[in-house]
Every structure is written in structure tokens, then in C-alpha cells.
Design a binder for this molecule. Structure first.
Ligand code: NDP
Length: 317
């Protein structure tokens, strides 16, 4: 049986193209890794299920990527992708459904087929964390949103709240303030953790009100659309009348494909060594999906570059 299996596998291998590296995910980490891998003469395949660029393409304005002050997120990612396209990188727009992490060969399956490589780099990123309060699921897409740049235009002239106190909440609130009548920022602590420059910008906007020590208890609606949120503010229960709620309370790593296969840290982020290698030799991870102290475009890109250095070291090159 074993012989039959190995003969079959050997035969199949003759038909499958063997890559040095398969990168899963085409955000800043994946695209940077593709660039570095191609420049190192690795035979690389990048698999992306949607469009390249990752979460950044939903950022209206990026002001902390050196060399590109105040650039639109999608535009910055377009520069990344144009740069990658100058290199011999094979990009396929396919969703990965499964990975098999063999000792020497890693197999990646998509809805379209199967690919094999000597190493894989997982850069699947993260998705927005839900609020986890009653009413959120009922009004998801009907006033509850997780993407200000995607949905903000529907709330022109309306009153909305952004929940959260990090960089995303601050950026979303500033973006929404351009079109909305009033934007409340609901922060559960007595302070925001967003970058000081973002906080300063918010405070200069007349139609933005930051409400500290405010926790959302429930999203309310008229059965069709959101019409408010129940909050506890400094210990007092209140209802805030609103037309929309934007959740910006952090991210959940997209570890699905590697779940249970590699070691993870708190909140499910993937643990890596200094070369971005996971607990399985030949399996690397980079970007928002890994455990680290700072999640920004520049650190995702840096992770991608470091990971390729790790891949070369793993190959003993
Ligand atoms: P963060 O984890 O940085 O911030 C989450 C915020 O939401 C915190 O204020 C947190 O409060 C609050 N929060 C968490 N859970 C709840 C809850 N259940 N109810 C109410 N509030 C809650 O997430 P972000 O999405 O802002 O950022 C993710 C990463 O991406 C960060 O590393 C950030 O720096 C980065 N980023 C960078 C950008 C840039 O460089 N331009 C832009 C956007 C994001 P508390 O403080 O109390 O924990």
C-alpha cells in the first residue's frame, strides 16, 4: 500500500511544477516577500484570493509609510504591486482551501488545483474583530459596518459612531467626519491608544466628539436599520441616537489554514522565530497574522523581507 502511494505521489510530482516558495496572501508582507524571493532567484508563486493589497486598500490615507506622505492606501499598494510585477513572480488569484505540511514538500490546494513547494510563507493577514454585543449581527450591513472607507459614503450627512480607541478608530473617524454630520468616537478607556498625531487631528475636527469610558452594550434598530446604541458612559446607562456604527476594535488573525498545525500565541497570532519561521520547519509567516508588537504596513513589509532571508537560510543558500 505504502509503495503504491509513494509511486502514485512520484508520478503526480512529474506533472506538478515544484516551486521553491509559495506565498499565501498578497498584502504588504506577501508582496514584499515575492519581490525579495524573485530577486534571490527563487521560483515563487503568490496566491491571493481577492485583489493584492490586503487591508491597506481600505485605508483612505496613510501618513506613516516613509517616502509617501499622505498617500491613499490603495494607491500605495498599487506601487507595491507594480514593483512586484517587474520581477518574475507568478501571481494566481485563487483561494487556498488546504495546506499539507510535509517534511520536505508542502502542498497547497486551491479551488483550482494543487501546488507544491519546498517552503511556504503564510501572509493571510487579519480581519476586523466583531463587537460581540446584541443587535450587531441583526444590523450587520444595515448600519453596522467594519470598513469606513467601504461604507462611509452611505452615511453622508448622517450621525455615526466609531467604536474603538486605536489607529483604525482614529483614522475611520477622521475619514467619516468628511461626509457625516456628526461622528462620535466611543472609547472604553479614559484615553485613546491611537498615534498622537491622529488624536490631534481628531480633536481639530468640529464634528467629531470623543466619548471616553464609554462601552457599547447593544446596537438598537427599528427592525430594518440601526437607530442607536445603548452605552454605559462613566457608569451611567444612556442611549445614543445614531444612523450607523463602525466597529474598529482591533483585528482577528486569519490563521484558519494553519490552525492546529503551527504554534500560536495569545489571541491566535502565529508564533515565529526571528527569521519568521513557525514551529514547522519550512513554514514561514509574516505580517498581521504573526505575534508582534507593532502592526503597520512597514512592519508587515519588513516581515516579508526577513521571511525570505529565513527561507534562504532554510534552503542552506
Ligand atoms: P488596536 O488593537 O490597536 O486597538 C483596538 C482599540 O479598540 C483599542 O482602543 C481597544 O481598547 C478597543 N477595544 C478592543 N476591544 C474592545 C471592545 N470589545 N469594546 C470597545 N473597545 C474595544 O486595533 P486597530 O484596529 O486600531 O489597529 C490594529 C493594528 O493595526 C495596530 O497595530 C495599529 O497600530 C495598526 N494600524 C496602523 C495604521 C497605520 O499605521 N496607519 C492604521 C490602522 C491600524 P483598549 O485600549 O482599552 O484595549
Amino acid at each position: 500500500m505504502q509503495n503504491w502511494r509513494s509511486r502514485f505521489r512520484k508520478k503526480k510530482m512529474e506533472y506538478l511544477k515544484m516551486y521553491d516558495l509559495i506565498i499565501i496572501g498578497g498584502g504588504p508582507a506577501g508582496m514584499t516577500a515575492a519581490l525579495y524571493a524573485a530577486r534571490a532567484d527563487l521560483n515563487v508563486l503568490l496566491l491571493e484570493r481577492g485583489v493584492v493589497g490586503g487591508q491597506v486598500i481600505n485605508t483612505y490615507e496613510v501618513d506613516n509609510y516613509p517616502g509617501f506622505p499622505k498617500i491613499n492606501g490603495a494607491e500605495l499598494m498599487m506601487h507595491f504591486s507594480e514593483h512586484v510585477e517587474q520581477q518574475p513572480v507568478e501571481i494566481r488569484y485563487e483561494e487556498v482551501t488546504d495546506v499539507e505540511l510535509g517534511e520536505t514538500i508542502k502542498c497547497v490546494r486551491t479551488y483550482n488545483g494543487e501546488y507544491e513547494a519546498r517552503a511556504i510563507l503564510y501572509c493571510a493577514g487579519a480581519s476586523p474583530k466583531p463587537l460581540g454585543v446584541p443587535g450587531e449581527d441583526t444590523y450587520r450591513g444595515r448600519g453596522v459596518s467594519y470598513c469606513a472607507t467601504c461604507d462611509g459614503a452611505f452615511f453622508r450627512g448622517r450621525t455615526v459612531a466609531v467604536v474603538g480607541g486605536g489607529d483604525t478608530a482614529a483614522e475611520d473617524a477622521a475619514y467619516l467626519a468628511r461626509a457625516c454630520k456628526q461622528v462620535y468616537v466611543l472609547v472604553r478607556k479614559p484615553y485613546m491608544r491611537a498615534a498622537a498625531s491622529l488624536q490631534r487631528k481628531l480633536k481639530e475636527l468640529e464634528n467629531v466628539t470623543i466619548m471616553y469610558e464609554t462601552v457599547v452594550r447593544e446596537v438598537q434598530g427599528d427592525g430594518t436599520f440601526v437607530n442607536g446604541v445603548d452605552i454605559i458612559r462613566a457608569g451611567q446607562e444612556e442611549t445614543l441616537a445614531l444612523d450607523g456604527v463602525f466597529a474598529a476594535i482591533g483585528i482577528v488573525p486569519e490563521t484558519g489554514l494553519l490552525k492546529g498545525k503551527v504554534d500560536t500565541c495569545t489571541q491566535g497570532f502565529i508564533a515565529t522565530d526571528e527569521y519568521m519561521m513557525t514551529s514547522i520547519p519550512g513554514v514561514f509567516a509574516a505580517g498581521d497574522v504573526v505575534q508582534k508588537v507593532l502592526r503597520q504596513i512597514i512592519t508587515a513589509a519588513a516581515d516579508g523581507a526577513v521571511a525570505v532571508t529565513g527561507v534562504l537560510r532554510y534552503f542552506d543558500l
